[in-house]
Write a protein that binds this ligand. Structure first.
Ligand code: FES
Ligand SMILES: [Fe+2]
Length: 373
């Protein structure tokens, strides 16, 4: 499912979106595009952390991501050809193996030349397919494939608790920088205002909540709890008559995972806010569940409501972008904005650690937060 794109927003809005930029976290995995969009022998493009990418799938099934730029004269490689094994630049026909980036042929060379084409490399990024996302490892600029000292990190993957499940995917471009996207994602207080709907909850259902949080590596967890009784999807799960437990994690650089379990029924989602450029981002939601596995139409209905939900966030962020253009001063309040404060502190610690500092966690133990939502 696809929403308005940044380009369409630009065209519709009052000039280009020029909100404040954010510092980006490199040396980690980000989803570039859905692998279902990769067609045999075709190249696709994506933008990730201000880097133009060209992606494709080799005949042997492997996905690849290269910088969309020929190392010879910089023309985007996506204008060239791809036969399923090699990417050919459309300017002078240099041919590249796309997973490693190695140049395998320079057509203009003669027996008089001593240049060894295979010593030339286009930039190829580590690229792995999980849950239908092409995940790309983005090293810091100018550092080759991985910055010296950067930790190897596992490719993110949606948690699943059995072999049979249904899945859904949603995406939306957001006209704000990744920091605003992330704090919007974790913001507990906007629910009753942005997401009011008869099937979800109403403004009037607002009530005081107490939630326990605990530190986890590079993130924090809203500890397992029985979900709030005032939202419809959880009421629906109640039909199974078993205790429902939900755990929500946020981890750097940009991931929110939510796991709901009710006996042997489960729902799992992974939401990421990915910097497209330093001033815009994109939300991607992948979900899997075995609840209501045999009930017809659950997937289209879930997609419809999920889409409404993401759309409500997107509309709010489009409106917010209008205000952010003028660089207003902003505030973070206790306790409702505490997760946002932890995010900024975790991010700063990660950035400092790339300069050799020890990575300090902003929380020193479990805490309870209180807010009304
Ligand atoms: S610019 Fe690509 S081969 Fe010359
Ligand atoms: Fe929201």
């Amino acid at each position: 499912m696809r929403f308005v794109t940044i380009k369409e927003l630009d065209a519709r809005n009052l000039g280009p979106i020029q909100g404040p930029t954010a510092t980006l976290i490199y040396d980690d995995w980000y989803p570039a595009l859905r692998t279902g969009t990769l067609r045999p022998g075709k190249l696709a493009t994506a933008m990730l952390l201000d880097i133009p990418l060209v992606l494709g799938r080799r005949t042997d099934g492997r996905v690849f991501a290269m910088r969309d730029s020929c190392p010879h004269r910089g023309i985007p490689l996506s204008y060239g050809w791809f036969d399923g094994n090699r990417v050919t630049c459309r300017y002078h026909g240099w041919e590249f193996e796309p997973c490693g980036g190695q140049c395998e042929l320079i057509p203009s060379l003669t027996s008089h030349d001593h240049l060894d084409a295979t010593r030339i490399f286009a930039t190829a990024f580590p690229c792995e397919e999980r849950d239908g996302h092409a995940w790309v490892f983005v090293p810091s600029p100018g550092s080759g494939k991985r910055s010296p000292g950067a930790q190897p990190r596992p490719v993110p993957e949606l948690a699943k608790f059995g072999p049979r499940y249904r899945t859904a995917f949603l995406t939306a471009d957001l006209p704000c920088n990744v920091d605003h996207g992330i704090i919007g994602l974790m913001d507990p207080a906007h629910g009753p205002f942005v997401h009011q709907a008869w099937w979800w909850r109403s403004h009037a259902s607002i009530r005081e909540k107490t939630k326990r949080f605990e530190p986890i590596p590079e993130g924090f967890r809203m500890s397992a709890h029985a979900p709030s009784g005032n939202s419809a999807p959880y009421k629906l799960l109640g039909v199974y008559g078993q205790p429902i437990e939900t755990t929500i994690d946020f981890t750097l650089p940009n991931r929110r995972t939510e796991i709901i379990r009710c006996g042997d029924k489960w729902f799992s989602s992974l939401t990421t806010i990915t910097p497209v450029t330093s001033s815009t981002c994109r939300i991607d939601v992948i979900a899997a569940w075995n609840v209501f596995y045999h009930v017809p139409f659950v997937t289209p209905i879930a997609k419809f409501f999920g889409a409404r939900f993401v759309r409500q966030d997107q509309v709010t962020m489009i409106q917010q972008a209008e205000g952010l253009r003028h660089n207003p001063s902003l505030m973070l309040i206790d306790d409702a904005d505490k997760p946002a404060k932890w995010y900024f502190a975790l991010k700063q610690a990660r950035l400092d650690s790339t300069q050799g500092a020890a990575q300090k966690h902003p929380m020193d133990g479990p805490v309870e937060l209180h807010w009304r939502s």
